[in-house]
Design a protein around this ligand. Structure first.
Ligand SMILES: Cc1cc2nc3c(=O)[nH]c(=O)nc-3n(C[C@H](O)[C@H](O)[C@H](O)COP(=O)(O)OP(=O)(O)OC[C@H]3O[C@@H](n4cnc5c(N)ncnc54)[C@H](O)[C@@H]3O)c2cc1C
Length: 488
């Protein structure tokens, strides 16, 4: 075993990668056939994660006659959708002020309300479609473990209040209530929001893929899209095959070209691998570990009977869930970014990240110090240059996309799916006028600036966390600098 892992209790069959623990629980799904050759569809969706699946689901429910294909390079649910922390939360990526500057304050409040409803929408659709994804709506707890974090927590709740959150949407918890719900070591204060549910992510992805397929959507797996072409553009080899494609948009795959009236890009953290998209969304890493099931005497110390989702207020924060089978799954940034926008190999994460997450687990829950770690994994999420999610459809080119959810994609992907449905069907609805629709975001810097910038941001965040843990009562200047550089 490598030296950084020494002292970490591991189960005999500890595994790293293999996509994620969530698939170890349910088994990797059988592969669907690849694209058999060139095809034509009304809508082609690139990527079979939540964004692609929800878009296909809502389009097919609205217009059952639509011919829809999902083109997926591995299997539906291979990406972040099958690896995440299982927070079905109403948190939305991006600066509220930025959205409000563009479309007004009320538009941002409407967007937040739409996110609240989206949490329930996912729960209701899963129930109606018979998808058992271990869903439990226990809410969300943010915990502060030092005075600087406490200040941020209070300011954060006050800020949300100013953005229309009522006391039923978020509130600071009384110390007794916080302790009764969840014993986090060193907790000074906590906030609670009911707008969050725990899910088993892979169960949702696999279940949704099955439903979508039954509705008549063709899902082609082991089918890598290399390039997406707008209507009327030159073909993959540069020649103008406008006539050959009948003026349609296209997804060029390793197994033939798929033409379609609309091609939707739903590749989030993997977007940089598509031709021409290299600097679009930065693939940010997030890593997780999960314990073995904890015995009742450990839970007696920890509480957590409501299975609330948990996050601390650190700059390099950690997030956690109590799983349906009584484990703790905890995640955090780890090594934030791989040079040149590379992605992980099937979810394997670095030993130092496993060690870091284990130390955080034990710090927050000393009662779990002897719990053995059963699995570690990682994945990528998409980060736009301004850290704000977007959804877009351009009728002229036939191209659309959604993503850049910055780690808040589980619920947002559902909102994206319903919004893309309305955009494709040219319906002018409350969803299509939300402020994240149609935003244009500048690209990331070329390497080595991109890599250097992300390293610097997370070095500063970690320095800020150390400083705040040791002696800070206010947010560290390092964090202010990191936020300035990041352009959030
Ligand atoms: C470890 C981790 C923890 C997270 N925790 C949470 C959380 O608790 N709550 C939350 O809200 N968000 C969380 N996120 C983020 C969230 O999971 C994602 O934002 C969301 O799943 C994105 O869904 P998606 O469908 O857009 O992308 P993905 O699920 O990544 O799907 C993209 C799909 O596209 C496929 N693909 C990629 N390139 C190509 C290509 N060239 N051709 C064809 N197919 C391609 C991939 O194989 C993949 O299946 C987490 C992310 C990670 C990595």
């Amino acid at each position: 075993m490598c030296s950084v892992m020494k002292g970490i209790p591991l189960t005999k069959d500890f595994a790293n990668g293999g996509v994620s623990f969530w698939y170890r629980q349910i088994g990797l799904p059988a592969r669907r056939p690849a694209l058999p050759g060139p095809r034509d569809y009304d809508v082609a969706i690139v990527g079979g994660g939540y964004t692609g699946l929800w878009t296909a689901y809502y389009l097919k429910r609205a217009e059952p006659g639509l011919r829809i294909a999902i083109l997926e390079k591995e299997f539906a649910g291979f990406g972040a959708s099958g690896r995440n922390g299982g927070w079905l939360s109403a948190e939305f990526a991006g600066s509220r002020k930025r959205h409000a500057r563009a479309r007004g304050r009320q538009a941002m409040i409407d967007l937040q309300r739409a996110m609240f409803r989206s949490v329930n929408e996912v729960i209701e659709v899963a129930r109606a479609e018979g998808i058992d994804a271990d869903v439990h709506k226990g809410g969300l707890i943010h915990v502060a473990t030092n005075p600087a974090q406490r200040r941020r927590l209070r300011a954060g709740v006050a800020d949300l209040r100013a953005w229309g959150y009522g006391v039923d949407d978020v509130r600071l918890m009384e110390r007794d209530e916080a302790r009764e719900r969840l014993q986090v070591a060193g907790a000074l204060e906590a906030s609670y929001s009911p707008h969050c549910a725990r899910i088993q992510p892979a169960k949702l992805a696999v279940g949704l893929a099955g439903v979508v397929e039954q509705l008549g959507v063709d899902i082609f797996e082991d089918t890598t899209v290399t390039e997406i072409l707008p209507r009327g553009a030159a073909g993959p080899s540069g020649q103008n095959d406008h006539g050959g494609r009948g003026g349609k948009a296209a997804a060029v795959t390793t197994r033939g070209v798929v033409t379609a009236d609309y091609v939707i890009r739903a590749t989030e953290g993997f977007t940089a691998s598509l031709a021409g998209q290299h600097r679009q969304w930065l693939p940010m890493n997030s890593s997780m570990i999960v314990t073995e099931p904890l015995p009742p005497d450990v839970w007696k110390h920890i509480g957590w009977h409501g299975s609330e989702l948990l996050e601390d207020e650190a700059h390099a924060y950690v997030y956690a869930q109590r799983t349906a089978d009584d484990r703790i799954a905890i995640g955090g940034r780890g090594v934030p970014y791989r040079y040149g926008s590379r992605t992980d190999h099937r979810g394997a994460t670095q030993a130092q990240t496993v060690a870091l997450l284990w130390r955080m687990l034990v710090k927050l829950f000393p009662a779990a110090a002897d719990a053995r770690i059963a699995h570690a994994w990682c994945g990528v999420l998409g980060v736009p240059r301004d850290w704000c999610s977007t959804v877009h459809l351009d009728h002229a080119s036939g191209l659309g996309w959604a993503g850049g959810y910055v780690g808040s994609g589980v619920t947002t992907a559902n909102l994206a799916g319903r919004t893309l449905r309305d955009l494709v069907l040219a319906r002018d609805t409350a969803l299509t006028s939300l402020p994240w629709v149609g935003r244009q975001v500048r690209q990331w810097e070329p390497e080595p600036l991109r890599w250097t910038g992300v390293q610097l941001i997370y070095t500063l965040f970690r320095a800020a966390d150390r400083h705040e843990n040791e002696r800070g009562t206010t947010t560290s200047a390092y964090a202010h600098l990191a936020n300035l550089i990041s352009g959030r």
